[in-house]
Each structure stands twice: as structure tokens, then as C-alpha cells.
Ligand binder design. Structure first.
Ligand SMILES: Nc1nc2c(ncn2[C@@H]2O[C@H](COP(=O)(O)OP(=O)(O)OP(=O)(O)O)[C@@H](O)[C@H]2O)c(=O)[nH]1
Length: 300
């Protein structure tokens, strides 16, 4: 069976997601559905207006481009875009979510022209919860859960970018590898959760010393890496030395039953002959090893 034609307006109004009929020149010809204010604003007031009159210029031009593309290619086009009701004149005071929302637009050309002009059907689905979840997952994939520092994966990404800048613009970049000395004793004597607190304290000491472009990452276990862009070896050595002293000042005396908690640090700079970011990272690692070998609690 098919629905009686007179039911179609009610069906259109009951569409869960808003459906816009938009002309090639960007006029709202009709708006249906999307009536739940928990997800959408009532867009019917837009009918008759032009996108370029109600949206900021950059967003309006994007929407017009997408309508054009769908019409030219004569196919369904899917796009994702952020939009807040406050950015659309006429919707500011309507009921609906106040925050910036993410939409998935499905754009399908209409077979017949409307008022002599080609037009598309644009269905806009609110996908904000999915985008937020994706963002959380993206962050979780690059953030260490204990210290909230970037993890090794993100560190290697950033180092590779820095190496590219070093190659292209001869930009200096130093790497400091940091390892907590005899950390096993903290765990063994005080337990793993006190060990965790100590690692957090080390990361907070590092965080407090960062400049805007610096990056501190947890490399793994009780090892951290500091990336210092536009910094030569001597300045990086000074930063590392400040780090070492700050750990002695703020942390080492917290654990009276074991020798003072200290850190060993290895410093290296990117060099012209390096073929990748691994050059400086390996040299910092070797320097750290040498610091351990020479008795720990030192910068090499
Ligand atoms: N509490 C806690 N301990 C960790 C974590 N990750 C690694 N460790 C511990 O860190 C310790 C590292 O021990 P080792 O590699 O022997 O090094 P160390 O005792 O610091 O000695 P040196 O590096 O040689 O000065 C091990 O006991 C690990 O279990 C963590 O996330 N939390």
C-alpha cells in the first residue's frame, strides 16, 4: 500500500531530522521536520531568505559550494560541519541547543527545478554526541591517563614535525630524556599507588617549567621526554639542570625510608647529518644511560 497523498505534509513535519529545500542560489525554499528542540531549532522562519543573508560569509560560501557540487555531480553528497544557532540570523532566540553543534549534511539534487531554479534536498543530522565521543577517543589515543601528558605516540609525531622544521628551516630543536632514579624502590617500599603519585609529581614539576612550544611526554614507565623547539644544546642543558634541581627540591624528601628520589637526564640536539628525529632521541637516550652510569642524579 502507499500512504494517502494528503498525509505527506504530516510525514514531512514528523521527519526526525530537519530537511531543507535549498535553491542553487542559496534560498531556503522549504523547511520540514526536526521539530524536537532537544536536538534542533525550528528553521521554518528561514523560508524565503538567502543563506548568504543569514549565515556568516565563510559558512554561507561553504554551503553554496556544497549545493553546487551536489548539483554538478548530480549525486548524494555527505558533509560534516559545525554550526551554532547563534550563527544563523533568525534562529538565535528559537528554542533549541545553545552550544556549537556538529551536523552531518546529506545533500541530494531534486530532479525537478523549483521556481525555474535547480534545487537540492539537504537533510541535517545533529551528530554532536558522536563527534564528542570521537574527540574523546582521539585524545585518549595520545594522552597518558596517569599524568595527562602526551604519550609516546604523540611525542613521536611531534618530534617528526620538529625534525621536518629543522630540515627545512634549519630550526634548532633539543630533546631531553628523563628517567627517575631507583624508582623501583618507591614502589617496593611504599606501594604502587604512591609510585604513581611520585610519577605525577615529576610530571607536574616538568609541566611547571614548560614554555608555550615545549612538549613534555611520558615515554613509558618512569621515563619522560621533553622536546624544546628553537633551543640549542647549551640552553637545553640548563633546562635539564633546572628540572633536576626542582625534583630534589620538591620531591626527593617525601620518601624518608629510601634514598632521595632524583632524576637522570640525557640531552641532545637535532643535527644536520641526522636522517630522522630518531637521531636526537637516540643520542638523548645514550646520554641518559651515561648519566645513570656515572652515578645518577645528573645531566649529561
Ligand atoms: N607506580 C608505578 N610504577 C611504574 C609505572 N611504570 C613503571 N613503573 C615501575 O618503574 C620501575 C622502573 O624500574 P627500573 O627500570 O628497574 O629502574 P629504576 O628502579 O628507576 O632504576 P634506574 O632507572 O636504574 O635508576 C619498575 O619497578 C616499574 O614497575 C607506573 O605507571 N606506576
Amino acid at each position: 500500500m502507499s500512504l494517502p497523498a494528503e498525509l505527506m505534509p504530516a510525514v514531512l513535519d514528523a521527519l526526525p531530522d530537519p530537511l531543507f529545500i535549498l535553491s542553487a542560489s542559496g534560498r531556503y525554499l522549504a523547511v520540514y521536520g526536526g521539530s524536537d528542540p532537544g536536538y534542533y531549532h525550528d528553521g521554518r522562519s528561514l523560508v524565503g531568505q538567502y543563506i548568504s543573508d543569514v549565515m556568516p560569509a565563510d559558512k554561507a560560501s561553504q554551503v553554496l559550494d556544497q549545493i553546487q557540487r551536489s548539483l554538478e555531480e548530480n549525486r548524494l553528497l555527505k558533509v560534516e560541519y559545525p554550526l551554532a544557532a547563534t550563527e544563523v540570523k533568525g534562529l538565535e532566540s528559537a528554542d533549541g541547543p545553545a552550544e556549537m553543534l556538529w551536523f552531518e549534511g546529506h545533500i541530494q539534487p531534486l530532479a525537478e527545478p523549483v521556481d525555474g531554479e535547480r534545487a537540492v534536498v539537504w537533510v541535517a543530522r545533529n551528530i554532536t554526541p558522536r563527534r564528542e565521543l570521537e574527540e574523546q577517543l582521539r585524545l585518549a589515543s595520545v594522552i597518558d591517563p596517569l599524568t595527562r601528558l602526551f604519550n609516546r605516540r604523540k611525542l613521536l609525531e611531534v618530534l617528526a614535525e620538529r625534525f621536518a622544521a629543522h630540515r627545512r628551516y634549519d630550526e634548532a630543536c633539543a630533546v631531553v630524556m628523563i628517567d627517575v632514579d631507583h624508582f623501583k624502590q618507591v614502589n617496593d617500599r611504599y606501594g604502587h599507588s604512591v609510585g604513581d603519585e611520585a610519577l605525577l609529581a615529576v610530571s607536574n614539576i616538568g609541566r611547571g617549567m614548560l614554555r608555550e612550544n615545549d612538549l613534555l611526554a611520558r615515554f613509558g614507565g618512569e621515563e619522560f621526554v621533553l622536546v624544546l623547539p628553537q633551543t640549542d644544546l647549551e640552553h637545553a642543558r640548563q633546562v635539564a639542570e633546572r628540572f633536576r634541581r626542582a625534583v630534589i627540591e620538591h620531591l626527593s624528601m617525601h620518601y624518608p625510608d629510601i634514598p632521595p628520589v632524583t632524576v637522570s637526564l640525557g640531552v641532545a640536539a637535532m643535527r644536520e647529518e641526522d636522517v630522522s628525529h630518531e637521531g636526537a632521541l637516540n643520542r638523548a637516550d645514550e646520554a641518559l644511560y651515561e648519566a645513570k652510569r656515572r652515578g645518577r642524579n645528573r645531566v649529561v
